[in-house]
Design a protein around this ligand. Sequence first.
Ligand code: 6PG
Length: 242
Amino acid sequence: MTAQIHVLSDPDTLAVAVADWLVGRMRGTSKPFSMNLSGGSTPKRLYGLLAQAPYRDQIEWQRLHLFFGDERYVPHDDPESNYRMVHDALIAHVPLPAENVHPIPAGPSPAEAAAAYEAKLKNFYGADHLDPSRPLFDVSLLGLGPDGHTASLFPGSSALEEKQAWVLSVIGSKPPPQRITLTLPVLDSCAAAAFIVSGSEKEPIVQRLLGGDKALPAGRISPLGELHWFLDEAAAGGPAGP
Ligand code: 6PG
């Protein structure tokens, strides 16, 4: 599958492009729509946009299920929590049924939180093994670190080679270090994966990835369906080509 590259002029138009893309993908179905969210700071603008008109009124919230691609192992009310970031930017402002929000547990231990989330994903999917003909997620929304990490899959991590477990507890090189992450087979089990990347500090790693560097964690993402890169010009190193 060839990646589709979308270059937008700035972070605001980047967020609008991703919001339009997401609403368009939801419009194509009447089934439950499951989205695996990225943490970090980049998607916060997008989540805030979805919480406002016109997107708030275009989305059928009762069909939408929100999962998390990774989480810092902190309480959900911790300022470092990805759940808290999504809750404050989006969940608190939209009529999303509580049962449609699936945070990664914050206890009782990292290993138990990972196991509990794996069980939740398998229950939602309805099977213990991923079927390549039936994606778990409609969309996997992914961030990108300047070292090429995505979710909490960091360069050199043994988690990158995991083929059986769906969710792992890991120590990451981005603080806070104790994290819970979905593994590559699960992140890839989607109809469409979309990286959303902003800022000039990401430009070098974006160039390596778009140049085909499969050694980086983000370069290992290979979705069942479509792969999209949503970049602002700063991250892309300039305007889109002709
Ligand atoms: C996290 C994210 C992580 C993030 C990248 C980019 O928990 O931090 O899952 O993978 O997406 O580090 O972070 P920024 O968007 O803040 O640059």
